[in-house]
Design a protein around this ligand. Structure first.
Ligand code: AOF
Ligand code: ZN
Length: 367
């Protein structure tokens, strides 16, 4: 670590500043794909003299905004970045050169960039010109910030998360906690984090509104509507929220389309076979890092998609909400359908949060 202690920051503050970077990075939640969220702060004499985040693919990187704000103060300062600075010409020039040009003395990095174009080359470049480099500060936090980006870089596919709601006695429900408790917020905040959300068209029978992020200015994921077993008598429902009309429909029969869909600007993709591989491939080619598979309603489409997704290991995560409701059961709906869990798939990295109205649990499949 630094020995002068005067013009530099102490290593024990590294975590604090990287956490600050992550907080900045999250301002762009939902907007950066296919790029990661990244935050940067420039610290001189124990004070933040510049800060920035990457707002959107195609726009400058976090380091550029932070250096711009710091101006001459960047000389001999320490730069904190939640992700390794890039060393390649992409849509924007390399951040390593910007840091070198600004004459920073030290760079503290949260995690190595898994993008093969970068992957430790940025760190090597900085070290080569004599800049002190520290890597792996708050690494787990930085990795979870960009879980979807990292997943896509490593697998070539977007991260697919399964979402569903359960009664407290363990039954799947078509409800959302937001509706049950009117406490609001959970589902719309979840949507903001995703590039797209898959919804079966049966959810929209007789309705014309589709779920949306509620907060003003928030990311609206692309709604992917699956319309299976389509036909001229089983038409695609017209589902549009005027304010948030990012919708695409996957269907297996073009006679199910209507002129109204085209008029509303809803794209329809006609496929021989609708399955998760095809959908994920489509999302990947559109530069999406994350997809939410929203398990709502009472549709056989779910059954097939989820079983396929688990079997092919396309689904990586789940997020479930326990609702403040006890399912009463009925003659046709057994109250206690006990299942053997012997053949169950282990899940790991469980996290939970909640209030007195609901509990949210998320975790990862341990395939
Ligand atoms: C950084 N700082 O803020 C971000 C980085 O096409 P480009 O020029 O935007 O480059 C995209 C790649 O750069 C992206 O895949 C990731 O590896 C890295 N993102 N790097 O130094 C940033 N957003
Ligand atoms: Zn960069």
């Amino acid at each position: 670590g630094p020995s002068d202690g005067e013009s530099d920051v102490r290593d024990c503050d590294n975590g604090f500043y990287i956490r600050k970077c992550v907080e900045l990075a999250r301002k762009a939640v939902g907007f950066t794909s296919p790029n990661p969220m990244v935050g940067c702060v420039i610290v001189k004499d124990g004070k933040i003299v510049g800060q920035g985040f990457h707002p959107k693919a195609g726009q400058p990187h976090a380091e550029v905004f932070a250096l711009r704000e710091a101006g001459d103060m960047a000389e001999n300062a320490t730069a904190y970045v939640s992700l390794e600075p890039c060393n390649h010409f992409g849509r924007t020039p390399p951040c390593t050169e910007a840091l070198i040009k600004a004459k920073v003395k030290k760079v503290v990095v949260g995690m190595v960039d898994p993008n093969p174009l970068v992957e430790s080359k940025g760190l090597a470049r900085l070290r080569n010109v004599g800049i002190e480099v520290v890597v792996g500060e708050e690494e787990e936090l930085c990795k979870s910030l960009n879980e979807a980006f990292v997943h896509r870089m490593l697998t070539g596919k977007p991260l697919l998360t399964l979402r569903y709601s359960l009664s407290v006695n363990g039954n799947f429900s078509d409800l959302l906690g937001d509706r049950v408790t009117e406490c609001g917020g959970y589902y719309s905040r979840l949507l903001q984090e995703y590039d797209s959300v898959i919804l079966p068209s049966s959810l929209f029978r007789g309705k014309v509104s589709i779920p949306a992020s509620q907060e003003p200015g928030a990311n609206q994921p692309l709604r992917i509507i699956i319309h299976k077993d389509a036909s001229s008598s089983n038409k695609i429902p017209l589902v549009v929220n005027e304010a948030t009309d990012k919708v695409i429909v996957f269907t297996d029969n073009e006679t199910a389309t209507t002129p109204e869909l085209a008029k509303k600007g809803i794209e329809t993709v006609i496929l021989d076979q609708i399955n998760l591989d095809v959908i994920l491939d489509y999302c990947n080619r559109q530069g999406m890092c994350s997809v939410l598979l929203d398990l709502r309603g009472n549709s056989s489409e779910y059954e097939e998609l989820v079983k396929e997704g688990i079997q092919k290991k396309n689904i990586s995560k789940f997020v479930t909400e326990i609702l403040p409701i006890w399912n009463r059961g009925s003659e046709t709906d057994p109250l206690i359908p006990v299942k053997s869990l012997d053949q169950g798939i282990q899940v790991e990295k469980l996290k939970s949060k909640g209030s007195d109205q609901n509990v949210i649990i998320e975790g990862h499949f341990k395939f």
